[in-house]
Write a protein that binds this ligand. Structure first.
Ligand SMILES: C[S@@+](CC[C@H](N)C(=O)[O-])C[C@H]1O[C@@H](n2cnc3c(N)ncnc32)[C@H](O)[C@@H]1O
Length: 158
């Protein structure tokens, strides 16, 4: 276990491995109205905000046919999040919960996901609704959203 560096009561920090097991390429940036974490909505469900997904030119060919879908899954890199908390006490809870039982950006690999509505695609820029991240957040991937396989309306949650 790591020393107590900026942990709230009940939170647990760990030492992360010295190296990495894989590398990623940021394929673009997500442009949003939110300049700081505090400006952001808590999640996409609480956000009707419109943003732009700016994909780097080398990847534009990969956007072919994405306009056939009404919604997409964005995977993005929470570049301002710490990575060492394995139990956390989020602001809306009073007790610690395991990082893998939370949607917090703070996690060993700070990967976030959002199901966004595609409003339009022009060149390498998607205009989308329901963004929840800071302006300039790095983009890892885009996938089409399939309600048939990605939605579990009666899934249990606390
Ligand atoms: C609770 S997370 C949910 C993210 C994503 N929708 C998910 O479920 O994986 C959203 C919060 O992450 C924080 N956040 C947004 N952009 C960030 C960034 N680039 N780095 C670190 N934290 C960020 C903001 O506080 C925002 O309210």
């Amino acid at each position: 276990m790591a020393e107590t560096r900026d942990v709230r009561p009940g939170e647990v920090a760990i030492d992360l491995p010295a190296g990495f097991d894989a590398g990623v390429h940021f394929i673009g940036r997500i442009r949003t109205p939110f300049k700081t974490r505090g400006d952001c909505p808590r999640n996409t469900a609480q956000s009707d905000a419109v943003g732009r997904v700016e994909v780097e030119a080398r990847y534009w060919a990969g956007l072919k046919d994405l306009e056939l879908y009404s919604h997409a899954i964005l995977l993005y890199w929470m570049d301002q999040a710490r990575r060492d908390l394995i139990q956390q006490v989020p602001a809306h809870l009073t007790h610690p919960r395991g990082t893998f039982a939370l949607r917090s950006p703070v996690r060993p690999n700070p990967i976030a996901l959002a199901v966004v509505e595609i409003i339009g695609i022009e060149g390498g820029t998607l205009t989308v609704r329901h963004v929840d991240c800071i302006d300039g957040t790095p983009l890892l991937d885009i996938k089409p959203y399939f309600a048939s396989t990605d939605s579990v309306p009666d899934a249990r949650r606390p």
